[in-house]
Design a protein around this ligand. Structure first.
Ligand code: DGI
Ligand code: FE
Ligand code: FE
Length: 193
């Protein structure tokens, strides 16, 4: 296996120690899930490694990056700076690491909100970020067990956890998050009858 030494060197420069370790843990979990669900193991590892590449960038430098790329933020995105690193991460992966693989770029792009119609790789990165070994929130073990059984159920669990926590804090919920939640909950409800 290619160990992506160049990616890791860049990450070490851009990220603090905590975020670097998180990125390695997400890459490990993503490649494990790709094996489990018949996805592309190398792509999963690399997308997991790079998903938070701009997480430690300042808000100003992220806004500058968005401006250079001609990206206009929606009003909800403007008031939710935590969403920016998914957009800028996808841009930096393309510009600084010349990643042309649209599947990897899109998995980084939607790793925070998810979206309706997620590909296998997008689901894997979304849930690897929730279930990596470094995560310590109370339900981490529950979601880790669930993701071994059923990928969609685990993604829905994580989405519902996010929706309920955001709404409890009365902060805006991005339409991509809502659409992902509605899609997977409708499938689940349909199956239940
Ligand atoms: O970057 P990580 O910490 O590893 O994880 P992440 O990219 O999933 O970011 C999690 C943060 O993003 C968490 O504070 C909740 C926030 N978030 C996720 N979905 C939404 C959101 N924030 C808003 N405002 N709206 C969303 O839909
Ligand atoms: Fe993130
Ligand atoms: Fe992350």
């Amino acid at each position: 296996m290619n160990h992506y030494e160049k990616d890791k060197r860049l990450l070490k420069q851009r990220l603090d120690e905590y975020r670097y370790r998180h990125s390695l843990a997400v890459a490990e979990q993503a490649s494990h899930l790709a094996k489990r669900y018949g996805g592309d193991i190398e792509k999963a590892y690399r997308a997991g490694l790079l998903h938070d590449i701009t997480k430690n960038d300042s808000p100003d430098s992220q806004l500058a990056c968005l401006k250079r790329a001609g990206v206009t933020l929606t009003p909800i995105e403007q008031c939710s700076p935590k969403l920016w690193h998914a957009i800028t991460g996808a841009l930096v992966a393309q510009s600084d690491l010349s990643i042309e693989d649209g599947e990897i770029v899109s998995a980084i792009r939607y790793h925070t909100t998810g979206k309706a119609g997620m590909t296998l790789l997008e689901k894997i990165i979304y849930i690897a970020d929730y279930t990596s070994a470094d995560r310590t929130y109370p339900d981490a073990q529950t979601v880790r067990r669930l993701v071994e059984e059923d990928l969609d159920k685990a993604v829905l669990y994580a989405l519902s956890y996010t929706v309920s926590h955001l709404s409890a804090r009365q902060v805006p919920i991005h339409p991509d998050t809502i659409e992902a939640y509605n899609e997977l909950s409708a499938i689940r409800t349909g199956k239940e009858g």
